[in-house]
Design a protein around this ligand. Structure first.
Ligand code: FNR
Length: 397
C-alpha cells in the first residue's frame, strides 16, 4: 500500500486508500488483519484490485456536461447512487456499535445497509436505532432449521425486504493470520495482547468498558453464559451448513417471498440457475478474497455473467471497490449496483458514522467527477464495447 501522511483527522483522507492507512494506524494488529486480510497467498485479494486497474477508460471529448446523473432503478425503486453497504460480520470489533454507525451513514444518503448474520448489533437494535433504514439481511445457511426460521421471521418482523444468501462461505476460508494472531480460539497471543495495549484509542472506541462484542443476532440461541465472542464463534462454526445446495435455495425461495439474492456467484452457469429459480438478484462476489484463494476477480467474471443474466435479475458486484471509477467500470460492464465491504469499514474504524459517511462521500464525488471527465454524464447510458475487460472501455454518446 502506498504511504500517505494525512495525520489522524479522517476529513483529511482524500481517498479510500488514505482512510485505510488511518484505520491501519488506529487498529491493533489482529483487528487490522481481520479487516484487511484475505485467504492463503492472497492472490484473489490482490487480483481484485489489479483487475480494476487493468480496465482502461476511453473518454469522448468535447461533450458538454450540464450535470451528472447517477440515479438507477432497481427492484422497482429509484436509488440515488448505484451502491449499497454490503454485509460484514463482527464490525463492533472495529468501533463500538459499528453496524449502527454504518446503517446511519447509508440511510442519510438514501442507500441500503446490509446486516450480516454474524453482526455485533442485532436486527432489532438496528431498526430501533435507525428507524428509516433500508435494511437488507445477509443469511448464512444454518444447520438448525429452527434457528434459520427464527432469523427469517425476525428479519421479516423488522421490515427487512431483501435477503442475501451467502453461498461461498459454507466453511471459513483459510485465513492464516487468524491462526497466527490467536494462541487458542478467541485467545490472543501474548504478542497481540501487548500490541492491543499500544492502541489505547482503539480500546476506548471499541471495547472499553463493555468488552469484546458478541454476535448479537445469535445471542438468543446461546446459553446465557456463552453470549460472548467465543461462544458465538463456536456456535456459528457448528451451525454453518456445509450441504447447502440449489434445492435448499429453491426451498428458501418458497419460504421468503420478498426479494432474494444469492451472494457469491462467479460462474455464468450459476447465474443462469439463479435466473431459473426466480431469484431477484445475484451478487457477483469472491467474498473480498477471503474464501477460496485463486478464484478470479469478480469484475473479471462480470461480463460473462451479464451476457446470460442482464435484465433477468439484478446484478450486483463486490470485491475490490475502492474508487468511483471502479463503480463506473462495474456498471459499464453490466452491474446494476455495487456492494461496499472494506471501503466503508475503513471509515467506520477510523471515526464511526462520520468516517463511514466520509467513505461514501469520497466514492460519490469520485463517481460524479469520472462521469464528467469520461464524456458520459448519464450512468444509465454507460456501456462497454467489449466483454473482454482488458480492452478499452467505451461509452455511448
Ligand atoms: C466480509 N464479508 C462477508 N460477507 C458475508 O456474506 N457475510 C459476512 O459476515 C461477511 N463478513 C466480512 C467481514 C469482513 C471484515 C470483510 C472484509 C468481508 C464479505 C463482504 O460482504 C464482501 O463480499 C467483501 O468485503 C467485498 O470485498 P471488498 O470490497 O471488501 O474488498
Amino acid at each position: 500500500m502506498r504511504r500517505y501522511h494525512s495525520g489522524p483527522d479522517f476529513r483529511r483522507a482524500h481517498s479510500i486508500a488514505e482512510l485505510a492507512q488511518m484505520a491501519h494506524r488506529r487498529l491493533p494488529h489482529f483487528a487490522w488483519e481481520y479487516l484487511e486480510g484475505g485467504a492463503e497467498e492472497e492472490l484473489t485479494l490482490a487480483r481484485n484490485r489489479q483487475a480494476f486497474a487493468d480496465i482502461n477508460l476511453l473518454p469522448h471529448t468535447l461533450v458538454p456536461c450540464h450535470g451528472t446523473e447517477t440515479r438507477r432503478t432497481m427492484f422497482n425503486h429509484e436509488w440515488p447512487l448505484p451502491m449499497a453497504i454490503g454485509p460484514t460480520g463482527y464490525n463492533g470489533m472495529l468501533y463500538h456499535d459499528a453496524d449502527i454507525h454504518l446503517a446511519r451513514a447509508a440511510t442519510e444518503r438514501g442507500l441500503p445497509f446490509t446486516l450480516s448474520t454474524v453482526s455485533t448489533s442485532s436486527l432489532e437494535q438496528i431498526v430501533a436505532a435507525v428507524p428509516e433504514v433500508n435494511l437488507w439481511f445477509q443469511l448464512y445457511c444454518m444447520s438448525d432449521p429452527q434457528v434459520q426460521d427464527d432469523l427469517l421471521q425476525r428479519a421479516n418482523a423488522v421490515g427487512c425486504q431483501t435477503l442475501l444468501l451467502t453461498s461461498d462461505a459454507v466453511l471459513l476460508g483459510n485465513r492464516e493470520w487468524d491462526k497466527r494472531n490467536f494462541a487458542r480460539p478467541r485467545q490472543l497471543s501474548l504478542r497481540n495482547k501487548f500490541d492491543v495495549l499500544c492502541h489505547p484509542r482503539w480500546i476506548r472506541q471499541a471495547v472499553w468498558p463493555q468488552g469484546m462484542p458478541s454476535m448479537a443476532n445469535l445471542d438468543r440461541y446461546l446459553p446465557a453464559d456463552q453470549r460472548n465472542a467465543a461462544g458465538a464463534a463456536h456456535f456459528i462454526g457448528a451451525q454453518m451448513e456445509k450441504t447447502l445446495d440449489w434445492d435448499y435455495l429453491a426451498r428458501l425461495r418458497d419460504r421468503w417471498p420478498q426479494r432474494l439474492l444469492l451472494k457469491g456467484v462467479l460462474h455464468p452457469a450459476d447465474a443462469e440457475k439463479a435466473v431459473a429459480l426466480g431469484l431477484d438478484g445475484i451478487v457477483v462476489s469472491n467474498h473480498g478474497g477471503r474464501q477460496l484463494d485463486g478464484v478470479p476477480a469478480s469484475i473479471d467474471c462480470l461480463p460473462a455473467i451479464a451476457a446470460v443474466a442482464k435484465g433477468k435479475l439484478a446484478i450486483l458486484l463486490d470485491s475490490g471497490i475502492r474508487r468511483g471509477t471502479d463503480i463506473l467500470k462495474a456498471c459499464a460492464l453490466g452491474a446494476d449496483a455495487v456492494l461496499l465491504g472494506r471501503a466503508t469499514l475503513y471509515g467506520v474504524a477510523v471515526a464511526g458514522q462520520a468516517g463511514a459517511a466520509h467513505a461514501l462521500d469520497l466514492l460519490t464525488n469520485e463517481l460524479h467527477l469520472a462521469l464528467t471527465l469520461l464524456g458520459q454524464p448519464d450512468m444509465s447510458r454507460l456501456t462497454a464495447t467489449a466483454a473482454n475487460t482488458h480492452s478499452p472501455l467505451f461509452t455511448v454518446s
